[in-house]
Design a protein around this ligand. Structure first.
Ligand SMILES: C[S@@+](CC[C@H](N)C(=O)[O-])C[C@H]1O[C@@H](n2cnc3c(N)ncnc32)[C@H](O)[C@@H]1O
Length: 367
């Protein structure tokens, strides 16, 4: 599928062969909402690694991970990050993932190029590979960097959706998720791992729910087995994959052909509070949900009276629900919606409940 006709056509939901720098340079400028990049780690492995029983560890020793020098890796990083920034929309963002071998070099280059770092996330592996030689700490995490294209960009962040994913608690920057194993791990015809660094779908699920919306375009320039594409497809996002190795492209194509998009209702996520329609406190008074003269009470027993114009009067001061709450508490600010309560049928209820009732009516009758 392509999104526009002619030279600016976007090759959506396809895997493009070739070197990601060249391919990205051929894509239309400012056309992509999010980039998820899992570039070569440049592991610099010296010799084979064996377990205590002498079996060989399936380490990342592939050609695509080899760079002669740090300078060569840095040149490569500079070039692909530049090409990536060109295709990002002004309010677009990027995630890069790496290990201690490369993440610091990636972070420095992101900043050099004008990307604006928003967070780094530690993906703590709940089932890491042990350190077989016992000479260093078990390497139990990878780091992700989330950055907007520029400082001040209006990047997407579905704060409430992530809070919901985390059972109502604000999502933190340390994520405990297992590495990709079991039925999710793709195998080749000999039953061996199809790719040495296949990422878990759970990681991409969190990244895409957090920082994209349905219909967004997600680009992965190091597509591998297509984890980003598979999760994007399930979540109703469009993807563009770029992968140099034909064998990985084949694995990814097969995988993607089996993936189904979740139904529309399942794709809706909790809206950000800021995106919810504004309900002035005065509207509750106009609609008779609170009567002028009614007394509101704070959690610590402070009181104020509702006036006909939607202001409050309390202890020789008048103002909005927020101003009077802040003055009574001697605080610089106060969320009056959660601070003030009213009494009904012997119960004390926050006035925010009335606001939610109005919002629910608005959602039922959008016009
Ligand atoms: C770390 S792996 C990505 C794995 C992927 N995230 C997954 O879940 O399967 C990096 C991939 O980038 C590919 N690659 C490396 N250099 C590339 C380049 N210059 N252009 C396109 N692909 C490249 C490699 O072949 C490899 O499959």
């Amino acid at each position: 599928m392509t999104k526009a006709k002619g030279a600016n056509a976007l090759p959506l939901n396809t895997i493009l062969p070739g070197d990601c720098i060249e391919v990205m340079n051929g894509l239309p400028e400012a056309s992509v909402d999010l980039i998820f990049a899992d570039p070569p780690y440049n592991l610099q492995l010296k010799g084979e690694l064996h377990r205590p029983d002498n079996s060989k560890v399936d380490a990342v020793d592939d050609d695509w991970d080899q760079f002669d020098t740090f300078a060569a890796y840095d040149r490569f990083t500079r070039d692909w990050l530049k090409a990536a920034r060109r295709v990002l929309k002004p309010n677009g963002a990027i995630w890069v993932i790496g290990s201690y071998h490369n993440i610091f070099r990636l972070g420095a280059e992101l900043q050099n190029q004008g990307y604006w770092l928003l967070n780094d996330v530690v993906w703590r592996k709940s089932n890491p590979m042990p350190n077989f030689r016992g000479k260093r700490l078990t390497n139990a995490h990878e780091t992700l960097i989330w950055a907007s294209r520029s400082e001040g960009a209006k990047y997407t962040f579905n704060y409430e959706a992530l809070k919901s994913l985390n059972e109502g608690v604000q999502m933190r920057s340390d994520w405990v998720l297992p590495i990709c194993t079991g039925h999710e791990r793709l195998k080749d015809e000999n039953g061996d791992k199809a790719h040495p660094t296949q990422k878990p779908e759970s990681l991409l699920h969190r990244v895409l729910v957090a920082t994209t919306n349905p219909g967004d375009v997600v680009l992965d320039p190091f597509f591998g087995t297509g984890t980003t594409g598979a999760v994007a497809k399930m979540l109703g996002r469009d993807f563009i994959g770029i992968e140099r190795e034909e064998s990985y492209r084949k694995v990814a194509e097969k995988r993607l052909s089996r993936v189904r998009k979740y139904d529309r209702d399942a794709l809706m996520v909790s809206a950000s509070k800021r995106a919810e329609p504004r309900v002035p406190f005065g509207q509750l008074v106009e609609r008779g949900m609170l009567r002028p003269g009614e007394v509101l009470v704070s959690p610590r027993g402070k009181t104020a009276k509702v006036r006909a114009d939607g202001t409050l009067v309390g202890d020789a001061m008048t103002g909005s629900i927020h101003q009077v709450g802040a003055a009574l508490e001697g605080a610089p600010s106060c969320n009056g919606w959660t601070y003030w309560h009213f009494k009904r049928d012997g119960k004390t209820v926050p006035i925010d409940l009335l606001r939610q009732q109005v919002r629910a009516e608005m959602a039922e009758r959008p016009n």
